[in-house]
Design a protein around this ligand. Structure first.
Ligand code: RRO
Length: 312
C-alpha cells in the first residue's frame, strides 16, 4: 500500500506516530521511534520553557490485559531547548513534530517565538488539552481562551501549526470548536488527548491507582476508542478540508486504525499501546491493516479515508 500522506511541508511514508508523551521524553526514546519499523513520524514530549519533573509517583498505571491506561504525569519534560537541540542537531530520518505547551499564555507565546526564530522546519503541535496540572483547566474546553490564544499565536507564527485537542462529548461543542479552528490557517488538528480526570481503583486494596490529584488522571487505551473515533469523525465533517487530522485514541489493532481512517484520519498516533508493547507496535498495526485491505480488496487509501457508511 502506498501510505504517502502530506501535512503542510511534511511527507509521511507510514501512517503511525508516537502519541506525544509516550517514548519521547529523552533523546534515547525519540531515537527508538525514529528507528521503529513502520513509524511515519516522531513527536517530542510537550515542552515547557524550563525542565519540569512532573507530578509525584505513582503517576501512571497500565492494565496490559485490558489495554487501558491512566496517567497523571504532570508534564515532566526536559525543556524546550533540549528538544530543539534534538530536532536541530540530530540527523532525523522521519518528519518531526514539536509539541509545545505553556502553563500560561505568555509561556505558550514565548515558546512559539523561540521555535519561530529557530531553524526548525517540521510541524509544531500546540497542546491545548493537557489534563494533569492541578489548577490548570484544559485550555480547549474554554472556547474564548482558545480563540484568544490562536489570535495571538497566528499574529506572528508562520510555521505549520497543529493543535492537540481534548475529547468533546456534545454535538454543540463539536460545532463550536470547529467554528473557531476554521478561522485559522491550521495545518492539522490532533484528536484526542487522554480523556481527562478518570478514576481507576485497585480492587485488592480499595485504593486509587495513581497518587496525584487523589487518583484522577487522563484515560487512554481501548476504553477511549469510541470517543476518539467520534471526535475524528465529527471534526472531519466540520473542518475545512485543508486542515488535516491526526487521530489519537484507542488504537490497539489494525482494525482500530482502519476505523480511524474511515472517520477521516490522515495519520494515526499510538499512545497507551505503544507504552504497553513498545515501538514494534507500528509494524504489527501496519501488517494487520494490510490484512484487512487484502480481505476487502482495497488498493488505495482513498477507498477508505472518510468513507464511513451510515444506515439509510
Ligand atoms: O504530562 C501529562 O500529564 C500529560 C499531558 Br502534558 C497530556 O497532554 N496528556 C496526558 O494525558 N498527560
Amino acid at each position: 500500500m502506498d501510505y504517502t500522506t502530506k501535512i503542510a511541508n511534511q511527507v509521511f511514508h507510514h501512517l503511525f506516530i508516537n502519541a506525544a508523551g509516550v517514548y519521547c521524553q529523552t533523546f534515547e526514546e525519540l531515537e527508538q521511534i525514529q528507528n521503529a519499523p513502520c513509524a511515519g513520524a516522531v513527536i517530542t514530549k510537550s515542552a515547557t520553557a524550563k525542565e519540569r519533573s512532573g507530578n509525584s509517583e505513582p503517576r501512571y498505571f497500565e492494565n496490559s490485559v485490558e489495554h487501558n491506561t491512566i496517567n497523571s504525569m504532570g508534564l515532566p519534560n526536559l525543556g524546550i531547548d533540549y528538544y530543539l537541540n534534538y530536532v536541530l542537531k540530530h540527523s532525523l530520518k522521519l518528519p518531526t513534530l514539536f509539541s509545545i505547551v505553556g502553563l500560561c499564555q505568555k509561556e505558550i507565546i514565548d515558546n512559539l517565538k523561540k521555535l519561530q526564530a529557530s531553524d526548525f522546519s517540521g510541524l509544531t503541535e500546540l497542546n491545548l488539552s493537557y489534563p494533569n496540572v492541578s489548577g490548570k483547566p484544559q485550555i480547549a474546553y474554554d472556547f474564548a481562551a482558545t480563540r484568544e490564544i490562536l489570535d495571538n499565536v497566528f499574529a506572528f507564527y508562520s510555521k505549520p501549526l497543529g493543535v492537540k485537542l481534548p475529547p468533546y462529548f456534545d454535538i454543540a461543542h463539536f460545532d463550536q470548536i470547529a467554528a473557531i479552528l476554521n478561522d485559522y490557517p491550521l495545518a492539522y488538528v490532533n484528536a484526542i488527548n487522554s480523556v481527562g480526570n478518570g478514576l481507576v481503583i485497585d480492587p485488592e486494596t480499595d485504593t486509587v491507582m495513581i497518587k496525584p490529584k487523589d487518583g484522577f488522571g487522563g484515560l487512554g487505551g481501548k476504553q477511549i476508542k469510541a470517543t476518539a473515533l467520534a471526535n475524528v469523525r465529527a471534526l472531519r465533517q466540520r473542518l475545512h478540508p485543508q486542515i488535516k487530522i491526526i487521530a489519537t485514541g484507542g488504537v490497539t489493532n489494525g482494525r482500530n486504525v482502519y476505523d480511524h481512517l474511515l472517520c477521516g484520519a490522515d495519520l494515526v498516533s499510538v499512545g497507551s499501546q505503544l507504552g504497553i508493547e513498545g515501538p514494534t507496535v507500528f509494524a504489527r498495526l501496519e501488517k494487520e491493516l494490510e490484512e484487512i485491505f487484502a480481505d476487502k480488496g482495497i488498493t488505495d487509501l482513498r477507498q477508505v479515508r472518510g468513507k464511513l457508511k451510515l444506515i439509510a
